[in-house]
Design a protein around this ligand. Structure first.
Ligand code: DOR
Ligand code: ZN
Length: 346
């Protein structure tokens, strides 16, 4: 039995670090494990300008403890009226690594998102031209589409035509939850990839509803049926370069989750790499963890892999029931459980 694994330092290709007190409270969890992270721009107000992204990047750096080598990779929040020139300027200046497409009102802080993808023609042409990845929250928001079908319908109605019309555009379908998404990404060109969260490899929709409503298992896209979890899990451990690590860690203070209208988001950052390691081990695929966590993402983004390494040791790793205090009190994914892997001190 393997008792320690050493892999290149991983990156998180999709994380919500928030701002203010919550940023201060959570940044160290991500920085402890990951060399880089793609930072989601859904703040209030959203990050839509180069200046806002530079300022936010600085606030993140200020929140990361001294001595940790961590690089936040910033993203631009796309709106109906965003100027392609601002996006190109930010990309050229190494401020915007990618741009994020939220369909309007699909999820937390997405009210300023895109109402119709046709409004992005100039933006998408520019991004294709300059090789800037488009990161997609792939759900339709139409009221007549069942929430469990929103990803599959998005793929059919929006993503398939998008990929056809912009064949050279780099596209990441974020936090995939369905067999439909796995199949679409597998069949698409090398310009199309996907991130996979720990929760979508681990829970299906029963985890939300059986035995009572469990708001801490609610995120968007919502977990689907078991057959979809199995398809996503298989894709993640497959070793395919099209799939890589993106936690979608999304902290919400406890009362915002345990509420009559609870926020979407699972806070998995504190034990993310240990959680993924457990999944890969359960699948007999620990040898594929490094590709998923540390190699495939940089290859897709055209960035070098991290030089440093991390070591995971087999050790009991109890997850507390809550973390933080007051306005930053959060319930982590796997609260109250004991994980089998532990990140060794650097
Ligand atoms: O569950 C989610 N939470 N999904 C998202 O897309 C956004 C995120 C958040 O910001 O809380
Ligand atoms: Zn997200």
């Amino acid at each position: 039995m393997t008792d320690a694994i050493t892999i290149r330092r991983p990156d998180d290709w999709h994380v919500h670090l928030r701002d203010g007190a919550m940023l201060e409270a959570v940044a160290h969890y991500t920085a402890r494990q990951f060399g880089r992270a793609i930072i989601m721009p859904n703040l209030t107000p959203p990050v839509t300008t180069v200046a806002a992204a530079e300022a936010y990047r600085q606030r993140i750096m200020d929140a990361v403890p001294e001595g940790i080598d961590f690089t936040p990779l910033m993203t631009c929040y796309l709106t109906d009226s965003i100027d392609p020139a601002e996006i190109a300027r930010g990309h050229a200046a190494d401020v915007f690594t990618a741009a994020k497409l939220y369909p309007a009102n699909a999820t937390t802080n997405s009210a300023h998102g895109v109402t119709d993808i046709r409004k992005l023609t100039g933006v998408l042409e520019t991004m294709q031209e300059i090789g800037m990845p488009l990161l997609i929250h792939g759900e339709v928001t139409d009221g007549d589409v069942d929430i469990f079908d929103r990803e599959a319908v998005f793929i059919e109605r929006t993503l398939a035509p998008l990929v056809r019309d912009y064949p050279a555009l780099k596209v990441v379908l974020e936090h995939i939850t369905t067999a439909d998404a796995v199949e679409f990404v597998n069949d698409a060109s090398d310009n199309v990839a996907a991130t996979i969260t720990p929760q979508h490899m681990i829970i299906n929709r029963n985890a939300l509803l059986v035995g009572g409503m469990r708001p801490h298992n609610f995120c968007l896209p919502v977990a689907k049926r078991e057959q979809h979890r199995l398809a996503v899990r298989k894709a993640g451990i497959s070793g395919s370069a099209k799939f890589f690590l993106g936690t979608d860690s999304a902290p919400h203070e406890i009362s915002a989750k345990e509420s009559a209208c609870g926020c979407a988001g699972i806070f998995n950052a504190p034990y993310a790499i240990e959680t993924y390691a457990q999944v890969f081990e359960d699948e007999g695929a620990l040898d594929k963890l490094e590709a998923f966590a540390s190699l495939n993402g940089p290859a897709f983004y055209g960035l070098p892999v991290n030089e440093a390494t991390i070591t995971l040791e087999r050790a009991e790793n109890p997850v507390p029931a809550t973390l933080g205090e007051g306005e930053t009190r959060v319930v982590p994914f796997h609260a109250g459980e004991t994980l089998r892997w532990k990140l060794a001190a650097a």
